[in-house]
Design a protein around this ligand. Structure first.
Ligand SMILES: Cc1cc2nc3c(=O)[nH]c(=O)nc-3n(C[C@H](O)[C@H](O)[C@H](O)COP(=O)(O)OP(=O)(O)OC[C@H]3O[C@@H](n4cnc5c(N)ncnc54)[C@H](O)[C@@H]3O)c2cc1C
Length: 265
């Protein structure tokens, strides 16, 4: 019999909506320390069941095929054996319908390696940090805030989170709590499909940037003073990058330092 590739156990699953979840996983062995903002690769066998609300995928890998995809780590960087992921289901996808069918105690696979250059704590000292996300692109910022929020009292930190409905705003309570306890932290959730019960921001992230939402909180859009992190939907990343290029923001990538840091999903 073939040896199971599994090396981790699901120890928590919170469904925020039928297609959005927080998944907590304990690895059999601890991983190396990592930087808040990085990602790892997780997976499960094609033999695993798909969630009941997924749609049939015509591509059928063999049952012993390990389906793997990268996910940003949402948990704090001192937790090297208990990992949290914030995952949205792609109903026709290969891995996410199987992850959504897992339950407490299910076994799965987590890579030994933790990778990525999207590392928020490398921002030059004294620079404000603006974290822009759509959907599950919020995950690396949750890791950063849980790991480092207390160390950064001398700069301003802001999270701008775009989602469709109020119920898609995962971590709303946690971010609202941080905002009410840290005077240097600003949380701007904005919705594209808000109902009448929502009295917060609506519309696209770049519209709020253009309207001066950051300047009103004392955060200058200036590469010398403020670093921007963009994570999530490529369309948001593209339009916010274009907006920031007017202010001379330059993309940070391997081998080149810049004030604009990007992770696309
Ligand atoms: C560095 C990195 C970090 C990531 N972190 C996260 C994370 O924290 N949370 C998270 O939910 N995802 C994250 N992703 C995306 C993730 O790796 C998968 O691509 C995603 O979950 C879909 O996997 P799947 O196997 O279900 O779908 P697949 O079988 O890979 O894709 C099926 C189809 O859906 C499309 N598709 C792929 N992704 C999406 C999407 N997000 N929304 C809509 N359509 C899509 C594809 O174009 C494809 O046609 C990350 C990606 C990268 C590169």
């Amino acid at each position: 019999m073939q040896k199971s590739p599994y090396n981790a156990t699901v120890n928590g699953k919170i469904l925020i909506t039928p297609d959005l979840m927080v998944l907590r996983v304990r690895t059999d062995e601890p991983r190396n320390t990592f930087k808040a903002g990085q990602y790892t690769t997780i997976g499960c066998l094609a033999a695993e069941e798909r969630s009941p609300n997924s749609v049939v995928n015509l591509e059928q890998p063999p049952p012993d095929y390990l389906i793997t995809r990268p996910y940003s780590i949402a948990s704090a960087n001192h937790e090297t054996q208990d990992f949290e992921f914030y995952i949205s289901q792609v109903k026709s996808g290969q891995l996410t319908p199987r992850l959504f069918a897992l339950s407490q105690g299910s076994r799965m696979w987590v890579d030994d390696k933790i990778l990525g250059v999207f590392s928020l704590n490398d921002t030059p000292e004294g620079c404000n940090i603006v974290m822009v996300a759509t959907g599950t692109g919020l995950a690396p910022y949750i890791s950063f805030l849980r790991s480092h929020a207390r160390e950064h009292t001398a700069i301003k930190l802001a999270v701008i989170h775009g989602a469709a409905h109020p119920w898609d705003l995962g971590y709303y309570s946690e971010l609202s709590f941080i905002q009410s306890n840290f005077p240097n932290f600003y949380y701007f959730p904005t919705l594209l499909r808000a109902d009448n019960n929502w009295n917060g921001l609506t519309g696209y992230i770049e519209e709020h940037l253009e309207a001066g939402i950051l300047e009103k909180s004392g955060i200058d859009i200036d590469p010398e003073k403020t670093h921007f992190y963009l994570c999530g939907n490529p369309k948001m990343v593209d339009s916010v990058s274009k907006f920031l290029s007017k202010y001379n923001y330059e993309k940070h990538c391997t081998g080149k330092k810049g004030s604009l840091h990007i992770e696309e999903y």
